[in-house]
Design a protein around this ligand. Structure first.
Ligand SMILES: [Zn+2]
Ligand SMILES: [Zn+2]
Length: 295
């Protein structure tokens, strides 16, 4: 896969930006865009002055020319970032931070589904976990961008929840949140599910982006959270599943609402119970909904 990608096109983005001078040019154009709020055009002399590299004009021009058509484009007024350059700049900015920040723990004010304890979020070395403070059952584990960890204490939980919702929404819909490629679907059945010591666990949906490597494990409840019938059924009964984190949604936080009504053909069901009413969704192995039943 690695080799195929490298040789399938003429241009290797890792090689292009592996050069310090070229990376600096992309950074300058990215900074200019952040300052201007639009996609500004920068003249050659201004770009060279702002990038502040101690190299002759001809050498600067050589590196700039190598970026043309990939990360940078030339217009009659000067140079500006292409969309590809912006994506690289944003990814580098999003991933730049001091990983040695302090560990912090935040009370989420949500009861554990397995004991009398309450849930806590812990941010440590760019990884966030949500787990019970007593029985230590793990509800969520996720790499977090620095903007989450840099937020002040109260805001950090809000940033983290927002990050979880974005990831969950994209992966539940089969899209990679990082590069927007389609993600694959694998059903992992109990026993032996990763990150799970829950004896009621039935299945995890593993979604992997083969383009950029982003990946996520969803419960069946999480994977079906944005089904229009689920969204409206819950909203009519006072639960907004679109904005609530998974650990606040009982049928997403545990597999107690999940059953396996058929092996051949494979069928999985999710029963959402709220305010005395029931909505059951039955899906096939591709997670397509084959039945919606109201009781
Ligand atoms: Zn617990
Ligand atoms: Zn991706």
């Amino acid at each position: 896969m690695e080799d195929e990608r490298r040789t399938s096109g003429e241009i290797d983005p890792f090689e292009l930006l592996g050069n310090e001078q070229r990376a600096a040019i992309v950074e300058t154009l990215g900074d200019a865009r952040v300052e201007a709020g639009v996609r500004p055009t920068v003249s050659f002399s201004e770009l060279r002055a702002r990038t502040d590299l101690d190299i002759p004009s001809s050498q600067f021009n050589y590196h700039l020319q190598r970026l043309l058509g990939t990360f940078v484009e030339k217009t009659p007024d000067g140079y500006r970032m292409r969309v590809e350059g912006r994506l690289v700049y944003q990814a580098l900015r999003a991933g730049t931070f001091d990983r040695a920040g302090p560990t912090s723990t935040h009370d989420l004010h949500v009861d554990c589904y397995y004991c009398d304890g309450t849930l806590k979020a812990t941010f440590e070395d760019a990884v966030a976990t949500v787990a019970c403070g007593d029985c230590e059952h793990l509800y969520e584990i996720l790499g977090v961008p620095p903007a989450v960890l840099a937020a002040d204490t109260d805001d950090a939980v809000e940033r983290f929840v927002g990050h979880c919702l974005q990831k969950r929404f994209a992966f539940a819909n089969g899209d990679c949140p990082t590069c927007s490629a389609a993600v694959g679907t694998e059903l992992h059945r109990a026993p032996g599910l990763p990150f799970d010591d829950d004896e009621t666990a039935v299945v995890r949906i593993y979604r992997l982006c083969e383009n950029c490597g982003d990946q996520f494990y969803l419960s069946l409840g999480e994977a079906l959270l944005y089904d229009p019938a689920v969204v409206s059924f819950c909203l009519e009964r006072g639960l907004d599943v679109v904005t609530a984190p998974s650990w606040e949604i009982p049928f997403a936080a545990t597999d107690r609402s999940v059953a396996l009504p058929s092996e051949e053909p494979l069928r999985l069901s999710l029963t959402v119970e709220l305010a005395g009413d029931e909505l059951e969704l039955v899906v096939d192995e591709s997670l397509s909904v084959v039945e919606r039943n109201r009781r």
